[in-house]
Design a protein around this ligand. Structure first.
Ligand code: SF4
Length: 443
């Protein structure tokens, strides 16, 4: 007689916020799968719904509360986790029926809460985890979190109070995870943390054995090792500390992508001082020039906040001039938003909303023009791209070059590319460009 397998409980997941939160969601789901749970793609099929919340901005908190409300209305059995776990009381007041609330990266607690809400039916026949765990991103690229928390105290940010000081993962554990991801189909690793350049400062004296050699927990050493594991390695959230210079030759060698995501946030010294930003000095422009001397193709991405308290017209003009000099490849801008609990809220001279809007429009216009000019210069070149989507009917494909991180940067739209598969890395000839995207054809 065939073995009757117990039907496993099903868990729904709503994951909000940044890629770091997404990685937390993946870890939770991986553990739940290991414990015998199945996932539900909709509310109605779920025995319990997990809402992984983001509390970075007030608007993100509101979105999280709305998601909790929706999950309660649609399913009724809801567990809340993530950054908003710190505000359990506020959540309970609004949604007394929530089953449990746990904080950011309290993996064990959230998994325990799921076990209590929907006990798992353990069976040796079904308790297998895919080798790379469960992933919420497409198979060909994966976020790789190397540390948690942050030692800085930027005045507009509440992440350190939500997530604590920097805690680095062991380098051998990171490299093992990277290998599993690549074995499961990942072609591009996106290295993330709150502060990638600070990786390892808490465990510097603890090198680990890896493939018969010792790996020091340091960004450069880790990047070099990762470059030998995955075809593409992309570094996010890097601050311009002096040792970042050491990673640029790895980019020139082709070991990691010539792409640096550095959240500068502003350029005017007085604004940076009030923001309490790390590693921002007057020499940043010189550093960028030196990086381009070593690796001329390097794509630098950054984000900026406009309308920070006390930002004068002169400060803003300074930022625009700085952008002219820096010629960054990719820029995102935000209007300053006071987040509850951030010390910046107490600063004097808040900028009126209409001035923020106007500055935002000006910075976007400036950076779009810089981007358009830089992309024009790529026409006629042959670049490697990674395929993200293929439209068999039209024969077109959507891809990204080394200068494009998924979801936040531009794309390369391809014609005559219907024969390609997701995750293929192929050379293409660039035929056209607009403000943010390139257009081309397989070479
Ligand atoms: S570096 Fe600043 S903005 Fe980034 S997480 Fe740390 S405190 Fe927040």
């Amino acid at each position: 007689m065939a073995t009757q397998l117990p039907s496993p409980p099903r868990v729904g997941m709503v994951s909000l916020g940044c890629p770091k939160n997404l990685v937390d969601s993946e870890r939770i789901l991986t553990q739940l799968r290991a414990d015998g749970y199945q996932m539900s793609a909709d509310y109605s099929g779920a025995d319990v719904v997990l809402v992984n919340t983001c509390g970075f901005l007030d608007s993100a908190k509101e979105e999280s509360l709305e998601a909790i409300g929706e999950a309660i209305a649609e399913n009724g059995r809801v567990i809340v986790t993530g950054c908003m776990g710190k505000e359990a009381e506020a959540i309970r007041t609004r949604f007394p029926q929530v089953l449990a609330i746990t904080g950011a990266h309290e993996y064990e607690q959230v998994v325990e809460a799921v076990h209590a809400a929907a006990p798992a039916a353990i069976s040796p026949y079904v308790d297998l985890i895919p080798d790379a765990g469960l992933k919420l991103t497409p198979r060909h690229y994966s976020y790789l979190k190397i540390s948690e928390g942050c030692n800085h105290r930027c005045s507009f940010c509440i992440i350190p109070s939500l997530r604590g000081d920097l805690v680095s993962r062991r380098p051998d554990a990171i490299l093992r995870e990277a290998e599993k991801l690549v074995a499961a189909g990942t072609r591009e690793l996106l290295v993330i943390s709150q502060d990638t350049s600070a990786y390892g400062i808490d465990i510097r004296r603890e090198p680990r054995a890896w493939k018969g050699r010792e790996v020091v927990p340091h960004m450069t050493d880790l990047a070099r090792e990762l470059g030998q594991i995955a075809p593409w390695v992309r570094l996010h959230y890097v601050y311009p500390y002096p040792h970042v210079d050491q990673v640029i030759p790895l980019m020139a060698e082709g070991l990691v992508l010539p792409y640096l995501d550095i959240p500068f946030q502003h350029a005017a010294p007085s604004v940076l001082r009030r923001m309490k930003r790390p590693a921002n000095d007057a020499k940043v422009l010189d550093r960028i020039r030196a990086w381009r001397d070593i690796c001329p193709d390097i794509a630098i991405r950054s984000t900026f906040v406009v309308g920070f308290p006390g930002e004068t017209e002169a400060d803003f003009d300074y930022l625009l001039d700085w952008l002219d000099e820096a010629q960054l490849d990719r820029v995102g801008a935000f209007r300053f938003e006071p987040v509850e609990g951030a010390s910046a809220n107490l600063l004097p001279d808040h900028v009126p909303e209409e001035v923020k809007e106007e500055r935002y429009a000006r910075v976007m216009e400036k950076t779009a023009a810089i981007s358009a000019a830089k992309l024009q210069r790529k026409i006629g070149r042959t670049l490697d791209v990674i395929i993200d989507a293929v439209d068999a009917e039209s024969g077109g494909a959507t891809a990204r070059s080394y200068a494009d991180a998924p979801e936040i940067d531009g794309e390369v739209q391809l014609r005559d590319a219907g024969h390609l598969a997701l995750g293929d890395i192929v050379p293409v000839v660039i035929e056209d460009a607009d403000d943010h995207d390139l257009y081309g054809v397989p070479a």
